[in-house]
Design a protein around this ligand. Sequence first.
Ligand code: HEC
Ligand code: HEC
Length: 446
Amino acid sequence: MMPLRIFLCAIPSLFFAAGLGAQEPEAIARGKKALETRAFTPGGWSFAAYENAWKQWQPKLDKTPDNYDEAFRAHYGLHAAPFDNGRYPMGLRSGTLLFAKGLATDCMLCHGGSILGNSHIGLGNASLDIQAFFEDLNKASGLSGKLPFTFSNVRGTSEAGAMAVFLHSFRNPDLSLRLERHKWELQDDLCEDVPAWWLLKKKKTMYHTGGADARSVRSIMQFMLTPNNGVTTFEKAELVFKDIQAFILSLEAPKYPFAIDRKLADTGHILFDRKCAQCHGTYGKEWTYPNKVVPLIVVGTDPNRFRGLPVKLGEFYNESWFAKEKPEGYKSFAPLGYQAPPLDGVWATAPSLHNGSVPTLYDVLNSKTRPKLFTRSYRTYEVDYDKVKVGWKVERLQTPPMDGSPHERRKNYDTTQPGRGNQGHTFGDDFTDEQRWAIVEYLKTL
Ligand code: HEC
Ligand code: HEC
């Protein structure tokens, strides 16, 4: 039996190596350039809003902080751009609104991350306080600081699903604007961690529940849905997004930069193949990836992201412009569970699970040691990184601190709160600690 299974498993990897993986170099270069130079949503904030954002910080400051660009990045959890972006961090850039110029956000707000102090396009941003960022820049632009729903309950995660529900609700299927919004139920406690872009090339389905075809270009244009973008803007941008997709599919995971105990990792490799590969695939040149969406009852992790998107949105999406990509169209799928992601570069993508509730790989493998209530620096330097357990260093807290501004309170990850449960994925619980450390060592090599 075994050789046949190995043979069958190898087919998809050969197919993907030649298919989704191989992109034209020109398209990749164009996609990279588009991400680094273009805004796809209007510049709705004034440039002065950036200069003045600090006036919203608590406790109040009496003058602009020194090294303001750096202070701004640290405050909101943004990272220096590894390309020319003026004084702005990844995720923020100059855009236009009607005929005026202003500040706009882009994909790297969430998809521009940092590890060991180095910025990477495509690494999920695990530091971001998107709630404070929008509230403060709105206020500093003279707009209301009140957001239509919660953008984030805890730092490093966002309510991207709720954003999609909200943005689609203004549209008809042909993307024309509605006079009255769809009244779909909007749940803003799904708590989404951002997947690394370099994993997309192995996937047939994407998003945490495997809810969309990974080949869909239009699906990754949903963040352009701000009401000022009309149908023609979407149509014009589709070819650019095809290039952006080519760039995403060209990305490789960064390599673990510290020493690895090869003998221990080899032991871990054997254990991994026995217990984990059935869901997460195998690694190396002849990699395999089964693309499994695992039923909730089997994986047992927090249910909110799985249950929390309205069925009506899926139905609407499937009738809309987004599902009608040429030639055959890509519909969204009703969720069946959570997709077991490929684990390439997993040393760099903490925290773990779809809701970022588990700060290290060791804790993924031992559900009993996971911290229940914790905080971390939200910085990404070597001192912030836990090389032993592999992930972020955290400070465990006994009770949720009630004082401090909402921005301060969002630094505390409370796993008893809705959407933030750290239960489930108990597949490592039966191992001895020795075996767990061996698997952690192996995971560093991926
Ligand atoms: C507000 C933060 C945010 C912004 C901005 C954003 N994304 Fe995402 N993105 C996410 C989150 C969160 C997910 C996971 C969603 C889920 O399944 O719950 C995701 C998922 C994805 C995926 C699928 C990854 C996978 O392996 O499943 C792709 C591709 C992607 N985004 C591309 C883009 C592009 C291109 C842009 C810019 C047009 C963009 N995103 C803007 C937060 C964001
Ligand atoms: C039955 C299928 C299954 C098995 C077996 C399994 N996993 Fe998973 N794993 C999943 C699913 C599904 C997720 C995503 C769960 C979620 O995000 O809620 C996941 C998530 C993870 C993550 C977090 C990835 C991230 O970036 O957030 C790691 C690390 C991981 N698994 C490692 C392992 C290891 C090591 C083993 C073997 C001891 C293992 N898994 C066994 C299905 C499985």
